[in-house]
Design a binder for this molecule. Structure first.
Ligand code: C2E
Ligand code: CA
Ligand code: CA
Ligand code: CA
Length: 278
């Protein structure tokens, strides 16, 4: 059984393997990292399709670890979720991303997408945290996109739908992340107040498959999204073939290493000022 409690206290069990002990270390270090401001955000550009102009950025958290260097979220988000640290971490991400995006508006309208974990979304004061980030940054809510996975909605669809409606009433857009990898049904999808479907990169890249089968999957998802009046963004565009495909199939937005990797805040700003359409 998992020992992580609400306050993150873990009791060491003799049966715990070294992997568990390591997680306890990560949790302690992460708690300190938050107060020492070792977390930082990188920003991956989001491009309009087929035009190829930059319309926004997705904020992606990194841990500037004192000894291990820049750690990707895969190294610590799991521990943050299990320990509850994702709540203060997520609030920091939201505040910082909104602050940064508000500053970028001087160069023209630009959206900011923020990933929200299920535990964060389920906090009774989540709406308050979002409002606070908007208020203190001065960011126009229409420029904020919250990215959620199907797992957020699947457990308590009724209350999730109600909260999504409240967020949308503020002008915030909602994106369903990693679409196609979860197990939500079409009937659930139809009921969800969602603005954007993000097609998981496994479908765009069609791991081990061909461009033709990617074409079928992406094509179906574009039709689905558009019939629900949702915009559709293709993730993980890595090749010219995939780029041509998502443009031809009518995706509204696209992201991927071919277009741009996640960038530091300074590099993101420079791109915003100088970039030409792809
Ligand atoms: P995600 O939300 O699906 O974000 C996209 C991930 O795919 C990012 O990895 C990005 O760097 C990577 N990516 C983008 N384009 C490509 C591509 O063309 N090819 C490949 N192979 N990868 C690409 P990253 O930054 O390591 O983030 C991993 C995951 O960590 C994110 O997946 C998201 O679920 C989570 N995450 C990141 N930042 C936050 C955060 O602030 N809060 C929460 N709750 N989760 C976060
Ligand atoms: Ca995302
Ligand atoms: Ca994703
Ligand atoms: Ca993902």
């Amino acid at each position: 059984a998992k020992q992580g409690g609400k306050n993150g206290v873990r009791t060491f069990q003799p049966t715990m393997g070294s992997e568990t002990a390591e997680r306890v270390d990560v949790e302690r270090d992460l708690r300190e990292a938050l107060s020492r401001q070792e977390l930082t955000l990188h920003y991956q550009p989001l491009y309009a399709a087929p035009a190829g102009t930059v319309t926004g950025f997705e904020a992606l958290v990194r841990w500037n670890h004192p000894t291990q260097g820049l750690l990707p979220p895969g190294k610590f988000i799991g521990v943050a979720e299990d320990s509850g640290l994702i709540v203060p971490l997520g609030a920091w991400v939201l505040g910082e991303a909104c602050r940064q995006a508000a500053a970028w508006q001087a160069h023209g309208p630009v959206s900011i997408s923020v990933n929200v974990s299920p535990l964060q979304f389920d906090q009774p004061d989540f709406l308050g945290t979002v409002k606070e980030a908007l208020q203190s940054s001065g960011l126009d809510p229409h420029q904020l996109i919250l990215e959620l996975t199907e797992s957020v909605v699947i457990r308590h669809p009724e209350s999730a739908v109600a909260q999504l409606q409240e967020l949308r009433a503020l002008g915030i857009r909602i994106a369903l992340d990693d679409f196609g990898t979860g197990q939500s049904s079409l009937s659930l999808l139809r009921r969800l107040p969602i603005d954007i479907l993000k097609i998981d990169r496994s479908f765009v890249q069609d791991d081990g498959g061909t461009l033709e089968s990617a074409q079928v999957m992406v094509g179906v998802m574009v039709t689905l999204a558009h019939s629900f009046r949702m915009a559709v963004v293709a993730e993980g565009v890595e090749t010219e073939g995939q780029l041509a495909l998502v443009r031809a199939l009518g995706c509204d937005g696209m992201q991927g290493y071919l277009l741009a990797r996640p960038l530091s805040a300074e590099a993101a700003r420079a791109l915003l000022v100088t970039t030409l359409p792809i």
